[in-house]
Ligand binder design. Structure first.
Ligand SMILES: Cc1cc2nc3c(=O)[nH]c(=O)nc-3n(C[C@H](O)[C@H](O)[C@H](O)COP(=O)(O)O)c2cc1C
Ligand code: SF4
Ligand code: SF4
Length: 530
């Protein structure tokens, strides 16, 4: 067992542009190792086409690296080609396996110059430059919004495990955003040592790490990062920059294979009277079966389930459903929804409405999910029996709705497999989003039911079930006639009371309910977007 000490508690991931390191499949970084500007540009285009998550420019390979102007010119051209793909700037010194010798002072100057250009996202800082140099470069990087990969390379051997762990921890203590260690194995046990150090340090440290065992013996360390805690792996598009690097395409296939069992379909829903739950689980069950991956449930209807932050990852496919309240996403959920962490998960926003209309609810939900880091790939609006009524949308979703939901899921699964989808998914609705739907009487006067709360009949047997199902936790379980907080008129306590002992007697509420029932008799049909 190695000893791991130190580390400030913070998040374990680092996000650069749209790429999050430290979660899910290790990211593939393709190094550019050409000498001339024109071949670097070609290499960059090939790297992007090969699916690089990040691109590293190895400036020690660049013939004009001594000219700051030429380096800046190349950086600006590279930025244009790379678009949103993060750029890692590296000068690898000879003693660390690079192509050139350079004075420490010049190395620091070169890295500082790159940091202030605003064109790079990540800077490689070699630990061996010394504590003072590292601190100077960390300061320059951080004041320019550049993250630092601090690196150490040993081309001779694999040091003892405690020493490898100490190197990674020291980098973090110095302030590295991502410590990186590359070592050379002489025997297979060395590879195992590197993997076990990675696994232990990555679990105890508060940031992503990158580790690799070089050469042909160490290849497993370049593909098994997800299992052993290395967040990034270097692959080639044209030429390797270090021994043992694999072509990016092959790397991607192996990473995907090792990642398979992490993929999940999620049924995520808020559903006081159960209609959203029915459709969301139908769609997600069918998606999981079509893709052949497991299904997980995330029911955030009750207050306790909304107490902690829910994080998803790029391996997740989330069918995310809420009911339509006043033509929108229920406003009581907004604060919570804005704490979700999508982490690049694919999502299918779904809304359930009570046979009137979903107005802007679906577009609002889509926008929220996108803003929280989900990638919406399909969407749907289905009909559920209205929360206020037993006749409006009676019994829906019904057999026909469930069948349609299943077919929709199969189509979505096929599109996802073929890559035939665009994000964000395009849906019906207004953007900017309209105001909440306002109920009115026949003379056009607004009906205000915000303060209305259900009453309790004398027949109540005090079973407490209504208190258990209230999504606002507003019914006092010791006295179910007593409210401890707001009522959103979700209908859960009324529809789920086993003896129908809860009811409304408010005139405005009953008037609105009857008006809805009279006006929306026609059968509304679901809307599907994919
Ligand atoms: C406060 C409130 C407002 C609602 N507003 C609408 C609406 O604007 N349009 C509509 O068609 N249904 C509306 N409904 C009905 C619900 O969207 C519908 O019954 C849904 O299926 C309930 O989902 P659940 O079973 O998951 O709770 C509203 C329900 C409530 C409680
Ligand atoms: S669920 Fe119905 S019977 Fe049970 S405590 Fe609530 S109102 Fe009373
Ligand atoms: S008290 Fe209001 S919010 Fe709570 S379950 Fe009943 S209708 Fe819903």
């Amino acid at each position: 067992m190695i000893t791991v000490t130190g580390g400030v508690v913070m998040t374990k991931t680092v996000t650069i542009r749209n790429v999050t390191l430290g979660k899910g499949i290790p990211k593939i970084c393709i190094p550019l190792v050409s000498a001339t500007l024109s071949s670097i540009m070609k290499e960059a285009a090939v790297a992007i086409a090969a699916g690089a998550d990040l691109v590293e420019w190895r400036t020690d390979c660049f013939e004009d690296v001594e000219s700051s102007d030429k380096v800046k010119e190349a950086l600006s051209a590279l930025r244009g080609i790379l678009g949103e793909t993060p750029l890692l700037y590296t000068f690898r010194r000879k003693e660390e396996g690079g192509n050139r010798c350079i004075e420490t002072e010049d190395y620091i100057h070169l890295c500082q110059m790159a940091s202030v250009t605003g064109l790079i996202d990540l800077l490689d800082v070699e630990l061996s430059v010394g504590e003072k140099g590292c601190r100077e470069l960390l300061a320059a990087a951080s004041s320019n919004g550049v993250k630092v990969i601090m690196s150490s390379h040993n081309f001779q051997e694999t040091p003892p495990r405690q020493i490898m762990a100490d190197i990674l921890l020291r980098m973090r203590r110095l302030g590295a955003d991502i410590p990186k260690l590359a070592v050379m194995p002489k025997k297979i046990e060395d590879v195992l040592d590197l993997l076990s150090v990675s696994a232990e340090v990555s679990q105890s440290l508060d940031c992503p790490i990158i580790t690799m065992s070089m050469g042909s013996q160490g290849v497993v360390s370049r593909v098994a990062g997800e299992l052993f805690g290395s967040a990034l792996t270097f692959g080639t598009a044209v030429e390797a920059s270090a021994p043992g690097q694999l072509p990016a395409e092959a790397l991607r296939s192996v990473l995907d294979i090792l990642h398979q069992d992490k993929r999940r379909v999620w049924a995520a829903y808020f559903s006081p009277t159960g209609t959203t739950e029915k459709i969301v689980t139908q769609i997600s069950r069918s998606l999981a079966a079509s893709i052949g991956i497991p299904l997980r449930l995330f029911d955030f209807t009750l207050p306790h389930s909304r107490e902690s932050v829910k994080e998803f990852g790029s391996e997740d496919l989330v069918v995310f459903g809420v009911p339509v309240y006043a033509g929108r996403v229920p406003n009581v959920l907004l604060k919570y929804l804005n704490t979700l962490e999508g982490g690049g998960a694919l999502a299918v926003p779904v809304v359930l409405f009570g046979n009137r209309n979903y107005d802007d609810a679906l577009i609002e939900l889509r926008n929220i999910l996108e803003a929280r880091g989900f990638r919406t790939a399909a969407a749907a609006a289905f009909i559920g029996e209205h929360s206020f009524s037993k006749i409006l949308g009676k019994g829906r979703p019904d057999e026909a709705d469930l069948k349609l939901a299943e077919e929709f899921a199969k189509e979505v699964a096929a599109n996802l497999a073929a890559g035939l989808f665009t994000t964000p998914v395009s849906v019906c609705g207004n953007d900017p989003i309209r105001n909440y739907y306002q109920p009115r009487d026949r003379s056009g006067n607004a009906i205000d039911i915000r303060k209305v709360k259900p009453k309790v009949k004398d027949t109540c047997v005090a079973c407490g079930h209504c208190a258990e199902v209230c999504p606002m936790g507003s019914i006092d379980p010791k006295d179910v006639q007593n409210y401890t907080s707001i009522c959103i008129k979700c209908g859960a306590c009324i529809k789920k009371c086993p003896i129908e002992a809860r009811y409304y007697d408010d005139e405005s509420y009953l008037y609105h309910k009857h008006e809805l029932e009279a006006e929306y008799k026609r059968r509304a049909e679901p809307s599907l977007f994919y």
